[in-house]
Each structure stands twice: as C-alpha cells, then as structure tokens.
Design a protein around this ligand. Structure first.
Ligand SMILES: O=C(O)CCC(=O)C(=O)O
Ligand SMILES: [Fe+2]
Length: 320
C-alpha cells in the first residue's frame, strides 16, 4: 500500500482504576494499523515532536517539548509516549501545538474548553445522520481542519468503533482514464445540505450565510508530502462546479447523470475495505488523524447506550 500522508495515530489506553499504590492507567502512542505501518507518516512526525506530561495536572508549557524527528515511531519504540491520564486541558494543549482550534457551528463545545467539540450520544439522542457516514471533517469550510484529536470519554459496552480510510491510496488505485478526467474538476461542499437540512428554513439560510458553500479541487495535493489524493466525500460534497464542458457533455441532457454518477463513483471509493482501518476504543483512548488525507466513519451500532467523545479540530489550509 502506498500513501504516506494518511492515517490516524492512536493512543491506546490500558484502563485501570486509579487507586493509591496501584499503577496508573497508561497510554501508549501506537499506530492504528499494524497492517499498513507506512501509513501515517505525517502524524507520526508530529507526534515525535511532542512529549506529553506523565502527570495529570494543569498544563504548562513544559508539558510539551519539541525535538527533532528521529525516524519512524513504532509501538515498541522508547519514543512512544506514556501518559498516566490526559485531562481536557492537556487534550486542548496537545492539539494547540499544531494550530488554532475551531468550534463546530452545530455540535457544541465544552463550556470550559472552547474548541473541544462534544460528540455525546445517549439513549435520548435523536437518530444520527451525520457521523455514521464517510466524511472528512468540515470540508464545507474554505479551510477544513488539518487534523483532529479525538478522545473517548465514555465507551459503550460494545461497538462504537471508528473507521478511517486512506484517500491517497483511494486516488492512487483509480484507473488512469478516471485520473485524467477528474484532474481539472472542482466540487462544492455544503453545510447547508448536511447539518442545515433538518433546520427550519430561516435558520438554515442563516447558517448558509455564515458558512457559504466551499469549493475545493476534486484531486487535492497534500501540503506536506506532495501526494495527490481524492478530496470528495458523500457527506458534504454536493456537485462538481465545472463539469459541464464539451469534453464531458456532448448533449446537455447528459450533464446531470454523467456528473452525479461520476461523483457517486468517486465518493464510493471510501467504501473499499482494502483502504480502511477500524479502531476499537477504550475509555481515554485518543486518536489523532490527518484530516487532509483521510475520511472517517463513526460506527453507530451501540444504541441505546451511552458514548461520549470530545474532539479538537485544528484549523488547516486552503486545499490546492
Ligand atoms: O465519534 C467518532 O468516532 C467520530 C466522530 C466524528 O466524526 C468526528 O469526531 O469528527
Ligand atoms: Fe468527523
């Protein structure tokens, strides 16, 4: 498998009660996938620069130290971080090492920690339509997040996994004629169409005025690795904006079916299991993913039980 830009890196919690005299719970930074260890290079490089404090306490600047990247980090590497506990403040401070955080206009943030979005599900939660679907976070923004740090605060007794898919690999495996066809294409991404849809019309239009639909290239270049990747997703991408040209459309009547079928074909690449990894959460596990080169899917198979996650989304660049 190719695609060095991709993938989440995850801290896997060994959970134990914190009892005086007993060893505290630990995290180990680990690759989410042993199967494709070459994935995740970008995030590993970031993690290698960050040492997290061993003690849960108020975060100080010294909790995070920078050091030069010294090669690949594996689960057995002494460079793996072990932390006894990660507080909300540490979660935020960790994510802030990589940039400013963003709130979500529909999902609320923790009242004491702006930028820490609460993804809480309880038996009373309405049926979910936003997360249990493949997506790259917030592509409806002009500058979608570069990465996200997600912590499991409360696990359901069974289920509630998250899956990621490598969109560098999804692009690399496309037939050459499709790559040629989609090279110049651009696409619209909409919050109105997704989170706005169930709102009363005035509220929906106000949301759209605040977050106008964004346009991004269909094939994006990863700003750090230079890799090309497929940057459309079935949750937020509504249509191509420049498909209707003579080389694609001989008769006007063909425009809509040809365009929507091609978009469906491209977004369906995320469904291919060979490009995916799946992570089983434990309480306090933390995932850090490259939101430029992956999509993810929260598997909503645990109702009617409780699952609480908190996410710090790090503001990214304008895709090119
Ligand atoms: O809850 C999850 O597993 C992921 C939810 C999600 O889509 C996100 O945090 O961006
Ligand atoms: Fe998401």
């Amino acid at each position: 498998m190719t695609g060095a830009a991709v993938l989440a890196v995850v801290t896997d919690a060994v959970v134990a009660p914190v009892i005086p005299g007993r060893r505290a719970p630990e995290f180990t930074w680990a690759l989410i996938s042993q199967r494709a260890p070459q994935m995740g290079a970008t995030m590993i490089r970031y993690l290698d620069q960050v040492a997290v404090s061993a003690e849960p306490r108020t975060v100080e600047a010294s909790d995070f130290t920078l050091r030069p990247f010294a090669g690949r980090v594996t689960g057995a590497d002494p460079a793996c971080r072990r932390v006894a506990h990660i507080t909300r403040a540490q979660h935020v401070a960790f994510a802030r090492r990589f940039g400013e955080l963003e709130d979500h206009p529909v999902a609320g943030s923790h009242p004491d920690y702006p930028g820490l979005v609460q993804i809480y599900k309880t038996p009373d939660s309405p049926p979910e339509r936003n997360e249990n679907s493949w997506h790259t976070d917030a592509t409806w923004r002009e500058k979608p997040p570069m990465g996200c740090v997600l912590r499991c605060v409360e696990c359901p007794p069974v289920g509630g996994d998250t899956m990621w898919v490598n969109m560098v690999e999804a692009y690399a495996q496309l037939p050459e004629d499709i790559k040629t066809k989609i090279a110049p294409l651009r696409a619209r991404h909409s919050i109105e169409w997704s989170f706005g849809a169930p709102m009363p019309v005035e509220k929906r239009l106000a949301l759209k005025a605040q977050f106008p639909d964004a346009e991004h290239p269909v094939v994006r270049t990863h700003p750090e690795t230079g890799e090309k990747l497929l940057f459309v997703n079935s949750s937020f991408t509504t249509h191509f904006t420049n498909f209707n040209v003579p080389s694609n459309v001989r008769f006007g009547q063909d425009k809509s079916p040809a365009s929507s079928q091609l978009l469906n074909y491209l977004t369906s690449q995320a469904n291919i299991p060979e490009f995916q990894v799946r992570f089983r959460w434990k309480k306090n596990s933390v995932a850090f993913w490259d939101n430029r080169s992956t999509q993810h899917y929260a598997v909503m198979d645990y109702a009617p039980t409780v699952r609480r996650m908190e996410r710090a989304g790090i503001i990214g660049d304008r895709p090119f």
